[in-house]
Design a protein around this ligand. Structure first.
Ligand code: AMP
Length: 119
């Protein structure tokens, strides 16, 4: 599968689509999910053209990975949910129902989130 340069997150990264940016680093960007599944629902996205976790974990540089992972942790701390708890989700591919083909992690928090999956 080739990376789709016109996916919605690529457009947000290029600032072709306006959204409220929570934080941006050299290699990563974070913004709110427009259809939140919890009171706090943040998307953290590497700026590089990585389709999914599989692509990112194999092909991103160590600097990009460190930047991304540290930003995920910082955003959760800044959101004030470190003590109450939060869930990280990265959907890869069809069975996970990945909608946007640009790697991202969801930070979900703000209420008890229940079991990990409903069977
Ligand atoms: P996934 O199924 O992991 O690919 O999740 C994609 C997420 O992106 C969904 O939760 C959508 O609500 C969210 N989303 C799609 N387009 C936008 C957008 N323009 N701004 C913010 N969130 C978006």
């Amino acid at each position: 599968m080739l990376y789709d340069e016109n996916n919605i997150f690529a457009k947000i990264i290029r600032k072709e689509i306006q959204t409220e940016i929570i934080e941006e680093t050299n290699d990563s960007i974070a913004f709110y999910d427009h259809a939140p599944k919890a009171p706090k629902h943040i998307l953290v996205v590497p700026k590089g053209a990585y389709i999914s976790f599989d692509d990112f974990s194999q092909n991103a540089s160590e600097a990009e990975i460190v930047d991304f992972i540290r930003l995920v942790g910082k955003l959760a701390r800044d959101a004030g949910v470190k003590d109450t708890g939060y869930r990280l989700i990265a959907n890869h591919g069809l069975d996970a129902n990945q909608e946007v083909p640009h790697f991202h992690i969801h930070i979900l928090a703000g209420k008890p989130l229940g079991p990990m999956l409903s069977a």
